[in-house]
Design a binder for this molecule. Structure first.
Ligand SMILES: *Cc1c(COP(=O)(O)O)cnc(C)c1O
Length: 370
């Protein structure tokens, strides 16, 4: 079976994790500090990084740090992983489902604008399939309506917008390092921002709200006399996770990123003459995390055909406005729903060979000739 996605870990990760196990400090300590520093250096600019245990926690802490609460509304594209929605609703705020553009599956600002009310506090901008579109326009929109922006950049670690790394500019950016993302720390995530107050709140809230506990842990101490002034969570990253992340970050630019870019390119080239297969608009500077195609006809049949030939595929995602918990009496989102009927995600990860990709493109081409 050619798998849709998988973790790529090996000797480098094993060596680093073994070292942590031998040292016997498994919780949040020097490895996490080093991972945060290396991420910060990699991303560049002045933004600070706080690592947590999942990408969902990163989003939740970001939502909490900008003060979201009961009664607030947050604009968000429906076409995203349910994690984005759960992070918003965990604060008590309401995710307001917005449509996406047909050509890039990113938030449609015209649709979003219609949904603004006096309660709208923020916009969560999802980098679907590593795309980011016109971020300048997104930030201008936010300024116009005085909204905070949280970028859900779970798909776009390592990507660059106009030569600047995602996370190095903007308001608040959240990454995921779960097992199959562009880099992994087993599970994990990070909040990145230049906003000093936001970062302080995130640092405290990831450690049960214990004030300034991050600094103490990084120097090998514990707080015995502390104060708590806000709701916190048990969301910090462990040294074991950070050890995996450190190895992955070292491998990323030369090993993982070029392969992801190359395979995405091969898919596009080999399927360019297949008139039933379309691609989302591709931004310059991305490191592709998933490889969705738009199957203009017989999508489910194609999926079955691929499985019968040993190729796994996926559907990213069931739109959130169609889930019972987030269903509102809102009108349909026509472009999102059309995409949902056509999207099919093909295998993309550095564990594949180029001949795997060629096999998949050949199967798809054959399927549409039948
Ligand atoms: C993976 C992902 C998340 C959540 O990250 P976890 O680390 O799995 O919690 C959030 N949003 C999107 C779009 C994702 O793909």
């Amino acid at each position: 079976m050619i798998r849709l996605s998988r973790s790529i870990v090996g000797t480098e990760e094993i060596v680093r994790v073994t070292k942590v196990l031998n040292e016997g400090y498994l919780g949040m300590g020097t490895q996490v500090k080093e991972f945060e520093e290396n991420l910060q250096a990699y991303i560049g600019g002045v933004a600070k990084v706080a690592c947590v245990n999942t990408g969902t926690s990163a989003l939740h802490l970001a939502c909490q740090a900008i003060g979201l609460q009961d009664g607030d509304e947050v604009l968000v594209p429906s076409l995203t992983f349910v994690a984005t929605y759960q992070a918003i609703s965990a604060t008590g705020a309401t995710p307001v489902s917005c449509d996406v553009n047909s050509e890039d599956a990113l938030l449609d600002l015209v649709d979003a604008e219609k949904r603004i009310t006096s309660r709208t506090k923020a916009l969560v901008y999802v980098h679907y399939a590593s795309g980011f579109g016109d971020l300048d326009k997104v930030y201008a929109f936010a300024r116009k309506y005085n909204l905070r922006i949280i970028e859900d950049a779970a798909h776009s670690f390592g990507g660059s917008y106009k030569g600047k790394k995602i996370g190095s500019f903007g308001d608040i950016t959240c990454f995921s390092f779960d097992g199959i993302k562009n880099i992994t720390s087993g599970e994990g995530g990070a909040v990145v921002s230049r906003d000093v107050e936001v970062m302080q709140r995130v640092q405290d809230a990831r450690l049960l709200g214990v004030e300034k506990d991050t600094v103490k842990r990084f120097s090998g101490q514990r707080s015995w006399d502390f104060d708590v002034t806000a709701q916190g969570w048990r969301y910090h990253m462990s040294n074991i996770m950070a050890a995996i992340g450190l190895a992955q970050l070292e491998r990323f630019e030369n090993e993982f990123a070029p392969v992801r870019r190359k395979y995405a390119q091969v898919y596009r080239e080999k399927l360019s003459s297949c008139d039933q297969v379309h691609f989302l608009k591709h931004d310059e500077g991305t490191v592709p995390h998933i490889m969705p195609i738009l199957a203009r006809s017989r999508r489910d049949e194609l999926r079955e055909y691929l499985i019968s030939h040993g190729v796994e595929s996926g559907i990213h995602y069931k739109p959130n406005h169609m889930l019972s918990f987030y269903k509102k009496d809102q009108q349909a989102l026509p472009r999102t729903e059309k995409l949902y009927g056509e999207l099919l995600t093909l295998p993309l990860h550095p564990g594949l060979s180029e001949s795997d990709i060629l096999k998949i493109t050949q199967l798809i081409t054959e399927f549409y000739l039948k």
